[in-house]
Design a binder for this molecule. Sequence first.
Ligand code: AGP
Length: 369
Amino acid sequence: EMLEKGGFDHFMLKEIYEQPRSIKDCMRGRIYPAEGKVQLGGIKEFAEKLKNIDRIIIVACGTSWHAGLVGEYLIEEYARIPVEVEYASEFRYRNPIITEKDVVIAISQSGETADTMAAIEMAKERGATIFGICNVAGASIPRLTHAGVYTHAGPEIGVASTKAFTAQVTVLTLMAFYMAQQKGTITTSKLIELLTELDNIPEKIQIALESNDIIKEVAEKIKDATNCLFLGRGSGFPVALEGALKLKEISYIHAEGYPAAEMKHGPIALIDEEMPVVFIATQNSSYEKVISNIQEVKARKGKVIAIVTQGDTEVKKMADYCIEIPDANEAFLPLLATIPLQLLAYHIAVMRGCNVDQPRNLAKSVTVE
Ligand code: AGP
């Protein structure tokens, strides 16, 4: 087993460190930065249909659902197609409106999640076209869908999903650009610019991983917390949700992800000197707003841990701890900002003596409804 872990103490840590590689594998043969072109062989036969779809419904569970929320942001931004993101388990027990014109994207690392499979079956019966985003070749979900794109992240052993999540987000980014290309909502020069930067994201993830020692220090400071809040805006919100899920899954600390602006509508009541609040405070369109949210937390003596862009000076004046990630176009920030949150959850769980790779009560794939 030591060999399989490649010298790392846990599979989860190994998988976190594999991300520069797994994202590269995920993009291989699919992006052509010099030409400003995305090719997704798996959904090619639906290229024409994509020009005229009215709506996309994304169905998934857990971490895959968080990836779906990032996808919503990207598809709406670039392809200008309305997207709904549904918990597969809720979707299937409603009587949702689905038509033949809809495309349903089912996201699943394992490809065996019972709720996601049931949602696919229902959408299929109602005539929708189903795309899958899956990590396990030949699993049940890829067999149920009409077409799909594999994430190619390699086997994920840790129960808490890490590299599969960033690969799902990468595929959704590629899908957003592909759909934009098909619909003509993006120019070739813009695509050249975005794909050139995307091509460089694995290197930037490598740099984000280098904050490991600082993250360990932060983990030491907050490891005894009983609650923790994760806040972000825009595509930083699903990142906050994912950071909170990672922490609760493996450290058993109660954590909640919230849109930063919603804090004042309730969760602000929880803040006192015992409460660590993790902010996604990178320099993007909501930066100024997040700064005022940080001030609100500091005014109530909360402990602020901020994920910031390298070279940030504003947040550093206010936050108790800052963790830097490289700057990037807003479209790619979820990929980078997730890395320190995975490491933070990992170190806290190890310090608390938890079984990181096999947390209590959880299974790698949830095959019951
Ligand atoms: C992630 O850390 C979880 N263990 C869990 O939420 C998982 O993402 C969910 O069960 C969905 O699994 P799937 O991607 O294999 O369908």
